[in-house]
Design a protein around this ligand. Structure first.
Ligand SMILES: N[C@@H](CCC(=O)N[C@@H](CS)C(=O)NCC(=O)O)C(=O)O
Length: 209
């Protein structure tokens, strides 16, 4: 039975799931959705209505980090120290909040996007201090890098010129190398929206495991 991944190309949580699935060479059926019109089958499996969702028979994994852990359970990349878990919690909590308030300022009346950007920078500075080598864990990439990078990409993209001028050379290189990697390119392929009413042939991901 092939697991089914409900995914949305530009969602950073879905990106981290696709990264882990690709790294583990697990084959899934990918169902590309759009957020404003979620398929009933996805909502039946996971009523909370966020992507990514992974359905493996009767089992449903509906948190992106849990999908990463599932995919990388037997993989050397999957090790997660307490320090890594703390960093991911900072990313998913305060940093994501600051990112949303910087990127979608009009959705948060009363918040100052510049102050939020500063809060985001505090996390970037933490990453800068932690990057003693090319990856957060040193010489090799691991789950923590791929859990966080999609969000740093979004933060940098809020103003790429500004971000390039900031004093975070290690983070800039870490992000630049990731964006230029075949791995990142491969998870950003575009797929037609999955049509629940007249499903076509399943789309398998990764396409060449
Ligand atoms: N804690 C969840 C968060 C996932 C999440 O919030 N995904 C966003 C898209 S990036 C979503 O599906 N939002 C629902 C919506 O916009 O309707 C996870 O880690 O999987």
């Amino acid at each position: 039975m092939t697991p089914i991944l409900y995914s949305f190309r530009r969602c950073p949580y879905a990106m981290r799931a696709r990264l882990a699935i690709t790294l583990s060479q697990t084959r899934v059926e990918l169902r590309e959705i759009i957020l404003r019109d979620k398929p009933a089958a996805m909502l039946a499996a996971s009523p909370k209505g966020t992507v990514p969702v992974l359905v493996i028979g009767d089992e449903v994994i509906e948190e992106s980090l849990d999908i990463m852990k599932w995919a990388l359970a037997d993989h050397p990349l999957g090790a997660l120290s307490d320090k890594d878990a703390e960093l991911i919690a900072l990313n998913d909590g305060p940093f994501k909040s600051a990112l949303d308030r910087t990127k979608y300022a009009t959705r948060f009346p009363g918040t100052d996007p510049n102050a939020e950007r500063e809060k985001g920078c505090a996390f970037i500075a933490t990453l800068e201090a932690r990057l003693s080598g090319p990856w957060l864990g040193g010489d090799t990439a691991s789950l923590v890098d791929y859990a966080i990078l999609p969000f740093i990409r979004q933060f940098a993209n809020t103003d790429a010129t500004w971000f390039a001028e900031q004093p975070y050379p290690r983070v800039q290189k870490w992000l630049g190398d990731f964006l230029a990697s075949p791995l990142f390119q491969s998870i950003m392929n575009k797929y037609e929206r999955w049509d629940e009413l007249s499903p076509s042939e399943p789309v398998y991901f990764p396409s060449n495991p």
